[in-house]
Design a protein around this ligand. Sequence first.
Ligand SMILES: Cc1cc2nc3c(=O)[nH]c(=O)nc-3n(C[C@H](O)[C@H](O)[C@H](O)COP(=O)(O)O)c2cc1C
Length: 187
Amino acid sequence: MNSEKRLVIYYSNSGYTKKLAKEISRNLNCDIEEIKTPVSYAGFFGYQRALLQAIFKRVPKIKKLKHNPADYDLVIVGGPVWGGAVSGPIRSFLAEYRDNLKDVAFFLTQGGQYGRGKVFEQMEQVSGKNPMAYLAVTDKELSNGVFRERILYFLSELQEQTPTMVSKRVPKQTRQTASTRLSTRPT
Ligand SMILES: Cc1cc2nc3c(=O)[nH]c(=O)nc-3n(C[C@H](O)[C@H](O)[C@H](O)COP(=O)(O)O)c2cc1C
């Protein structure tokens, strides 16, 4: 994994995903970038906007990134769950950059712990990618520190698959999907 170029890309509205993304990037000692949006998702109207965009699978505008995901062997993408679905800004990132992504891993933050499998599947569909590892963390786990253990598990899964260049070592079709992997790993 050490010879790979890795980038953590995330969207965060209220700071939970930011905390998780920073810790992942700190552990991997890799580049990190936050997805920014021209519109705000703060406050009452922002909440409604976020919910409607997620439920109706909208692809909102996102600002241009400083890093080029095509320059990285592995892009680790994460954001919050909105309305039981992938958040608009993450949907937009995956749709816009799908042809520029090599290997990917996904992470999510959420208030509860239900529906994560469906959200990971949406991320797979939009990106057209079969991720190497998944991580879903609740707000409570982010607050009480349990998320650090979860990150180590996530990184060990990545490590298993990316000792050097995973795409050359593991045929894509043999990798697990979100639903099969989530059913066999701790939540
Ligand atoms: C519009 C909106 C919808 C949400 N819907 C869900 C949901 O369906 N399921 C869930 O577990 N959490 C839901 N949440 C909670 C967020 O996923 C959770 O707080 C997340 O950690 C926020 O990440 P952030 O602070 O990086 O924005 C929702 C939050 C917002 C703002």
